[in-house]
Each structure stands twice: as C-alpha cells, then as structure tokens.
Design a binder for this molecule. Structure first.
Ligand code: UDP
Length: 321
C-alpha cells in the first residue's frame, strides 16, 4: 500500500510514517515544517519506500499529485499547540479549515480513503466524564481565542463526514486526546515535554492554575497503531472515534512525577492562567475519553502507562542533549 501523510514531519506523523514503513508499505510525507521538523524524519531518509516534500497543502497541484499516487491519506497537517493558537488565531483558522478543504477535495476526485486527525479539544468545556463521540461540544465565545482551534477542527469534522454522506468519499475522523512520546516538542505548549525539559534544565516546572486540572496521556505508538487500523475498517467510514488513553492524572501529579524522576530538588512554580496564556483564558478541568466505540471496532489497548511514557521522554531529551 502507498500512504500519503500531510504533516508527516510532525511528532505524530513521523511515528506514523515509521510504523507504516515497518509494515513494508511506502510512505510520502508532505510538511511545511511550521511545527514539524526535518529532524523528526531524518532517520527515515533513504529507507526503501520513503519520500518527502517540504511544501504546504495549499500547493494544490502538488497536493493533487501526491493524493493521486496514494491508496490512503492521513491528514495531520494543522496548526497545533495552545501557545500557537492563542498567538496566531488567523493562521490557526485558515490553515485548519482551508487545508482540510483542499485535502478532501483532492481525495474526492479518486475516492481515496482519508483519515482526519481531529482533537479532543472539540469537546470544549463540557463537564462530562468520560466524553463519548456523540456528546455535545461546548465551546466558549469567539472573543476567547482558544476556542477558534476547536471550532476550526469541528468544521473539519463536519466537512469530512459530509464528504462521506454526500459524495461517498471514505473518511474517518479520529479525535486525538493528549498524545505524547519521544520527539514531541514543548515549544508549542504541550505540557509533558515542557515539564521534562524544564526539569532537565534545573526548573522551575511551571504548573498553570492550581494544577488540579487533569488529562489522560496516550502513548504515540499506541495512537498510530489505532489510526492505521481505523483506515482498514470500512465500518469506520463517516464515523468519529476517540483515540487516546483513559487513565487520568492531574497536572500537579505529573509535575511531581517528572520532578522525582529527574531531580527531586527541582522547584515547581504555580503560574496563573492569565499570565501563562492571555487574560480570561479558559482551561478544561478534566478530559477523559470513552474508548467504548473504538474498542467495539478494533483491538485497542494502550500498552504503556504514564510513568513509562515519562521515562521514554526523559531518555529522549537526555540523549538529544
Ligand atoms: N500546562 C501547565 N504548564 C505548562 C503547559 C501546560 O500546567 O507549562 C497545563 C495546561 O494549562 C493544561 C494542561 O497542562 O491544563 C495540558 O496542556 P497542553 O497544552 O499540553 O494540552 P491541552 O490543554 O490541549 O490539553
């Protein structure tokens, strides 16, 4: 099989490319390196079946050519990371909506299976635990920049599902919960690599708010395995699936775990949200996936827990140093 990955030099994309190559498939990556990095795919260069192009999904003739050549397309190219979203909302909205529109349009010409990487952010600030795919999405007002990301990804989801309903383009939506592992950068706000890098540099580890908000961290290896399996299930077409881990940890507990593993003397500093992001920033307290739907379709079991993930990320940054 030949796979085409938009955003394939990003953290998740590079792990996905690696997994597909290991199965003997060929892979072409398109990435504009806005948040991805050539370093993420350096080790794949020269491997049989691997190719890449540094460009954006807005280069439509190129996109058409790469989509045409593929059997299956993973659309991962998007503006990501809460820091980026708060700082560059125009870029976030136009990249996410415009990019997905073009990818679906090109894939529809020859009916290529497309998996859209969406996000648990679309559940917004609903208080429900756990989140199931048919739950309401509760987003904040347009005056609060954070919600532009959820809103743009929700439009992407509507578009993907509509392409299936109206034009029979096989599309699948994966709502990724906090995905972590080696090669993830802390530069765009993601908490786990940030804490590890802060701890390795002697601190402080910056916990935003009171640290009692919680998240569930899914290991990237488990997540990409699930994504690949979803594309092989025709019953998944036109459907939305939560993908992640359902084990919850507070951000304060995560900070302490990382501190204890790196150096128990590293200080932890609590930073108010207004200072960390922007005035009036709204965070969600809990975000837990209901994994019943995906488990009803494929064999999906997270293989490694948060402690092991943290150890692998520490190891990654230590060896990079
Ligand atoms: N967070 C934190 N310190 C940081 C970065 C993030 O306490 O240096 C918090 C953030 O406010 C949120 C949680 O960690 O409550 C997860 O943040 P991330 O940006 O990784 O993902 P998301 O908010 O999308 O779940």
């Amino acid at each position: 099989m030949h796979y085409f990955l938009t955003g394939g030099a990003g953290f998740i994309g590079s792990h996905l490319a690696e997994a597909l190559l290991a199965e003997g498939h060929s892979v072409h990556v398109l990435d504009d390196l806005s948040t991805g990095s050539i370093r993420n795919i350096e080790h794949l260069k020269g491997r049989p079946g691997f190719g890449y192009t540094i460009d954006t999904v807005f280069n439509e003739p190129l996109l058409a050519e790469l989509a045409d050549a593929a059997d299956v397309v993973f659309h991962l190219a998007a503006a990501v990371g809460v820091f980026q979203i708060v700082e560059s909302p125009v870029r976030t909205i136009t990249t996410n909506i415009g990019g997905t529109e073009l990818v679906l349009k090109q894939c529809a010409k020859k009916k290529k299976t497309v998996l859209l990487a969406s996000t648990s952010e679309v559940y917004g600030k609903a208080n429900k635990v756990p989140f199931t795919e048919d739950d309401d999405c509760v987003l904040g007002p347009s005056s609060k920049g954070r919600w532009s990301y959820a809103c743009s990804k929700l439009i992407d989801e509507f578009l993907a599902i509509s392409y299936w309903k109206e034009r029979k383009l096989p599309t699948i939506v994966a709502r990724l919960f906090n995905t972590v592992g080696p090669r993830q950068s802390g530069r765009y706000g993601m908490v786990l690599p940030r804490f590890v890098q802060q701890a390795l540099s002697g601190g402080p580890i910056t916990v935003f708010g009171d640290g009692q908000q919680s998240r569930c961290f899914g290991y990237v290896g488990d997540v990409v395995r699930a994504l690949v399996r979803l594309t092989r299930e025709p019953r998944a077409y036109g459907e939305v699936y939560n993908v992640g881990n359902d084990r919850e940890i507070t951000i304060e507990a995560l900070a302490r775990m990382i501190r204890d593993k790196v150096d128990p003397n590293v200080p932890i500093r609590y930073v108010p949200y207004d200072q960390a992001y922007e005035t009036g920033f709204e965070d969600m307290r809990r975000r837990v996936p209901d994994l019943g739907k995906i488990r009803g379709l494929i064999d999906y079991r997270p293989t490694i827990d948060t402690e092991q993930i943290v150890e692998s990320v520490i190891e990654h940054f230590r060896s990079a140093r």
